[in-house]
Design a protein around this ligand. Structure first.
Ligand code: ZN
Length: 684
């Protein structure tokens, strides 16, 4: 591992923050914290923290010694000075006199000594930073160091690598007891450059930001060098299928069997995030996967994101997915039973005071394929997948030089059910369409873009398809979260299948499809060329069929129903002069909507349409609005508001109708008209 320290970069941080009244110490603390936080081999999703001790002046002009320590909720990779709340150091140091201190009292005491009352909570490891005397302290959960310490003889290996340069701290859960123990071990030999926290991570410290950081890099490099010696590779399992089923086939089945049926067509679904590659394959295809994958997490704070062990699924063979689905269901059931038993056993040890968290797995390993992160949102699924990928690297390294052996079950339980860790997961209810994946075609502009944004606002994971990849990506960016944008010509059946499969690989499945892409062709019906009519049918009918068929394929594999939504048109029920080439396929699409409702109602699939008119969009351009309104002798405003209500209808109004239909669990074969009122086009 290379030091990324640069004098020029360091000075630019100092200069930049000086203008905000931030001291040199804190500016450099921000700089090296970001260097550490930017490397997933050191820090992942909240694992790790840093501090510096400095002097601030309070409101009365008095100098106060403070500990600026990473606050919870901040990522080290993009931390700002506000992410390093300042706590008065003297009161923290007095705490060392206590015999014991509850976590709640510790958090409260730290908050009470913040220099700024609105600061985030200081890290749960803040006291460890306080009790050590050094100006700069760096803490990471380095993958390489964990591979050395997560061994039956981890202490001997670490002593061989670091000798007297480091202090060695046995595993204790973070908090007051660990802080006291770490300080005691440091004081036994104040010449040490850092501490190894067995089965947890590493601290380095120094009087300057650069030296503390460089020591971290040096110690991690020593661990990496040790891992290069005498490696034995993972042995592949025998009997894996010659041809594995694809992720696009496997993911919806898995997603379906993880979903909880809440009755009446509602499900508690999960979002998934697939990862694979040579290292992941070597791990999941390993003969001893059943042992090393079930031993526990590489560092205890992963447990709140990944649970203590993943579910190991059978290897899926191409063409034999029914068998696989049964075996996968059995594996998930076994996982849940094991989790329930683990909870009951450990809760009894604590006197029955805890409430069981949901028992579903957060990581699934699939030999022959790769791994899935599982979460309530795409973000959570990605975090679980990131940690699983990190686990693959760490465990493979540990197994290469010995045998992976992390902390035991009781310690993991204490951490998983520790109130301070649970607080990291955040609270609050979910949005109405959370845990659902929506695909919007023609989502690059107009109604499609408005619809994608409306679904994102309701909590759905969004995939935007558009002929223009850039337009799709621009809409996706505006949706926030992990929304994806894909270029896709929906008149190409192969491209539609590939796009839907890409969405499945990204999110695990699909729950709602808004088949919106369309374009208006014109021509007098007695004279229009066949080619015009056929082109319009390709986009305004066959593309809808192709999108819907691919959606149904995924819906049925999931077995959790699904929603098809079509953008129909006023033309489908009320022909406009010379708009036959547009209206004819749109009328067929309206019929298509009803046919899906009829044929797939038994699969729990609902099929509905929105019938919109006179919306500013790609179909109705500003030029068209201008020429039509002047042809009728109307102002643009009067033309656009030329409906029973006299109000212009917007793309956002149409989007709201799609969202409503997606939520309306008892509505199918329905067309919702959004046009401000047009009696000729009204349905019944
Ligand atoms: Zn830690």
């Amino acid at each position: 591992m290379k030091s990324l320290w640069s004098d020029a970069d360091a000075e630019s941080f100092v200069t930049r923050y000086a203008s905000q009244g931030i001291s040199r110490d804190v500016a450099l603390r921000v700089y090296t914290t970001r260097l550490l936080g930017g490397d997933p081999r050191l820090v992942l999703h909240g694992g790790g923290n840093t501090s510096c001790k400095t002097t601030l002046t309070d409101l009365l002009g008095e100098a106060v010694e403070v500990l600026c320590v990473k606050g919870s909720g901040w990522d080290m990779g993009d931390i700002e000075p506000a992410g390093l709340p300042a706590v008065r150091l003297a009161p923290l140091l007095k705490l060392r006199r206590l015999e014991r201190l509850s976590d709640e009292d510790m958090v409260d005491f730290q908050r009470g000594n913040l220099m700024t009352s609105s600061s985030p909570n200081p890290s749960v490891e803040a006291l460890l930073h306080a009790f050590l005397p050094h100006t700069f302290i760096d803490h990471t959960h380095s993958t390489a160091v964990l591979a050395l310490t997560d061994q039956p003889n981890g202490e001997a290996i670490c002593r061989e690598v670091y000798g007297a340069r480091m202090g060695y701290v046995p595993y204790i859960m973070p908090g007051f007891a660990l802080a006291k123990k770490a300080a005691e071990i440091y004081e036994q030999d104040p010449s040490v450059e850092g501490l190894i926290l067995f089965k947890h991570g590493i601290f380095t410290f120094a009087e300057t930001a650069r030296q503390a950081y460089d020591r971290m890099i040096e110690m991690v490099t020593l661990a990496e060098q040790r891992l290069e010696k005498g490696r034995k590779p993972l042995v592949a399992a025998a009997g894996l299928p010659k041809v594995a089923a694809s992720v696009a086939e496997v993911a919806p089945i898995l997603r379906g069997l993880l979903a909880l049926d809440r009755g009446d067509g509602a499900y508690r679904r999960w979002v998934m995030d697939f990862r694979t590659g040579p290292a992941i394959r070597a791990y999941v295809d390993g003969a001893e996967l059943g042992r090393y994958s079930q031993a526990g997490v590489v560092t205890p704070d992963h447990t709140i994101r990944t649970k203590n062990w993943p579910v190991v699924l059978p290897a899926p063979e191409a063409g034999r997915l029914d068998e696989w689905a049964k075996a996968a269901q059995a594996a998930v059931d076994t996982f849940v039973n094991r989790y329930d038993a683990y909870f009951a056993r450990n809760n009894q040890r604590l006197g029955g005071i805890k409430t069981e968290l949901d028992p579903m797995p957060r990581v699934a390993l699939v030999p022959g394929l790769g791994l899935f992160g599982i979460g309530a949102s795409a973000k959570d699924a990605a975090i679980a997948a990131d940690l699983a990928v990190n686990t693959v690297e760490c465990v493979a390294d540990a197994e290469a030089i010995g045998r992976f052996e992390p902390v035991g079950e009781a310690d993991l339980f204490d951490l998983e059910y520790w109130s301070l860790e649970q607080a990291k997961l955040g609270k609050g209810g979910e949005k109405p369409l959370a845990r659902q994946v929506v695909v919007v075609t023609g989502g690059g502009s107009g109604i499609g873009a408005a619809t994608a944004r409306a679904f994102a606002a309701e909590g759905a994971e969004v995939a935007v398809l558009d002929l223009s990849a850039e337009a799709a990506q621009a809409t996706a960016k505006g949706c926030g979260g992990r929304a994806m944008g894909l270029g896709c010509d929906v008149t190409d059946a192969g491209a539609v299948r590939a796009a839907v499969d890409a969405v499945v690989a990204r999110f695990g499945g699909v729950d709602i499809v808004v088949s919106n892409a369309g374009a208006a062709w014109q021509g007098t019906v007695g004279e229009v060329g066949d080619d015009t009519l056929r082109r319009s049918f390709e986009l305004n009918f066959f593309a809808h069929q192709s999108v819907a068929q691919n959606a149904v394929r995924v819906f049925k594999a999931q077995g959790t129903g699904g929603v098809l939504l079509f953008n129909a048109s006023k033309q489908a029920v009320n022909p406009g002069k010379n708009f036959g080439p547009y209206g004819l396929p749109k009328a067929s699409t309206l019929f298509l909507m009803k046919q899906y409702a009829l044929d797939h109602g038994q699969d729990g699939i609902r099929s509905n349409a929105v019938n919109a008119d006179r919306i500013r969009s790609g179909l109705l351009t500003d030029d068209m609005i201008k020429s039509r309104s002047s042809a009728r002798g109307l102002s643009e405003k009067d033309y656009m508001g030329g409906n029973l209500l006299g109000r212009e209808v917007t793309a956002a109004d149409v989007a709201d109708a799609f969202v409503w239909l997606a939520k309306a669990g008892k509505v199918t074969a329905c067309t919702v008209t959004v046009d401000g009122g047009n009696i000729e086009a009204s349905l019944r």
